[in-house]
Write a protein that binds this ligand. Structure first.
Ligand SMILES: [Zn+2]
Length: 394
């Protein structure tokens, strides 16, 4: 089964193909998981039963197409208002915040589902939705390797998962080196999270493409159509972020609007992703030194390195594209996020039955507090010598 093999060489039951399989990794075979038991097959059977009994489709959901229209409408109104209409700082500020939130919403909902091929059964629809990231300033080509291939396969494995690597700015994993100033990271990182999109848009993508590496894994440099889209996407973003607004405004306000919009987007994107993986109830396992294998099977690894939050908050679930059901997303990345709330009780009860630790925080506030405590703990001097961090954090 999939859980017993390297995620680079997936073999999957035909009837559930595409539901739970991790997508191919950038460097197949670099990390293997423990053999799987009945957990994943049973989970798949129950999820398949849900779709069969409800008659719902895993992808191409009308609600998803409606959301796409709503979020792109919000994005367009905010952008046109900010770039071409407003003259006053009093209207620019709320419009910049609104644009940052709309960009995050398009990312969470449209780009993320498209990038995971969870939006539609038609490849071109998924590709088109995934390309919305290029319009938002990030490269969909690099994202596919970094998020799909690496983060979703090697979740929370230090040295592999690039999502838990923010360089020397902070220590998110117990296996990263601690610097003296990390003792204050539970205060300052919230502010720095806001600047991550700027780093991503203007530096990270170019570095990854030039080096041909992401998260310690080799990445084929884009060629042909992919390279054209990479260059066209970056040019389109620079044109939208700076070129068009400069036709109406001077450089100072344009730069300030870019900073406020990016910072808003960055804080929202980062916190939603960080609270799902970097907190007390998420594991940070390492491969065994003897044979390089992970101690857990792939599916168990996904559940135990991930945390759900605010599952009863329908507005938040709608805005964050179901990413508060992060466990369900990691197990079934090719299922449209519209279904996650219905799948959560199935996943939770199956985890209980198989003794797999499943964590769901009550609210977004409790998750933020858990992330704060985690940052404080990772930044504390004692954390460097805490043996409890060796393989699993209690
Ligand atoms: Zn994802």
């Amino acid at each position: 089964m999939i859980a017993s093999e390297s995620v680079g060489s997936v073999a999957c039951d035909d009837d559930v193909r595409g539901l739970a399989e991790p997508l191919p990794v950038a460097a197949p075979g670099t990390l293997k998981f423990a053999p799987g038991d009945r957990f994943l097959p049973e989970l798949r059977r129950r999820v398949e039963q849900y779709f069969a009994s409800t008659g719902r489709r895993p992808r191409d959901c009308p609600a998803m197409y409606l959301k796409t229209v709503v979020f792109f409408g919000w994005l367009a109104v905010s952008y046109v208002g900010l770039a071409c209409w407003t003259e006053s700082a009093w209207t620019s500020l709320p419009l910049a915040i609104s644009l940052g939130l709309a960009m995050a919403a398009v990312g969470f909902n449209v780009q993320h589902d498209g990038g995971h091929q969870a939006f539609s059964n038609r490849r071109w629809v998924n590709k088109l939705m995934a390309l919305s990231l290029d319009l938002l300033g990030g490269s969909s080509y690099v994202w596919d390797k970094k998020h799909n291939a690496v983060h979703h396969s090697y979740t929370n494995v230090t040295g592999h998962d690039d999502d838990i690597n923010i360089g020397f700015f902070g220590r998110l994993s117990p296996h990263q080196p601690r610097l003296r100033f990390h003792r204050l990271q539970h205060f300052y990182l919230w502010v720095l999270y806001g600047f991550l999109p700027i780093k991503w848009q203007l530096y990270d993508d170019f570095r990854d493409v030039l080096l041909g590496r992401v998260g310690g894994h080799r990445m084929a440099r884009p060629k042909g159509w992919d390279l054209l889209m990479f260059i066209a996407g970056k040019a389109a973003f620079v044109g939208l972020a700076f070129g068009v607004p400069l036709l109406w405004h001077s450089a100072g306000p344009v730069l300030l609007a870019y900073l406020v919009t990016s910072w808003t987007q960055g804080v929202v994107l980062s916190t939603v992703f960080q609270v799902a993986h970097c907190e007390e109830n998420a594991s940070f396992p390492l491969p065994r030194s003897a044979d390089g294998r992970m101690g857990a099977a792939w599916a168990v690894h996904q559940v135990e390195t991930t945390v759900d939050f605010a599952r009863g908050n329908r507005l938040l679930s709608w805005f964050v594209g179901g990413l508060n059901f992060q466990i369900e997303h990691h197990l079934f990345p090719r299922v449209c996020h519209i279904h996650y709330s219905a799948l959560a009780p199935i996943v939770e009860s199956t985890c209980q039955q198989f003794g797999v630790r499943y964590t769901a925080r009550e609210s977004f506030g409790t998750s933020l507090a858990a992330h704060f405590r985690w940052l404080r703990r990772m930044g504390a001097a004692a954390a460097e010598h805490d043996s409890a961090f060796e393989h699993r954090v209690p």
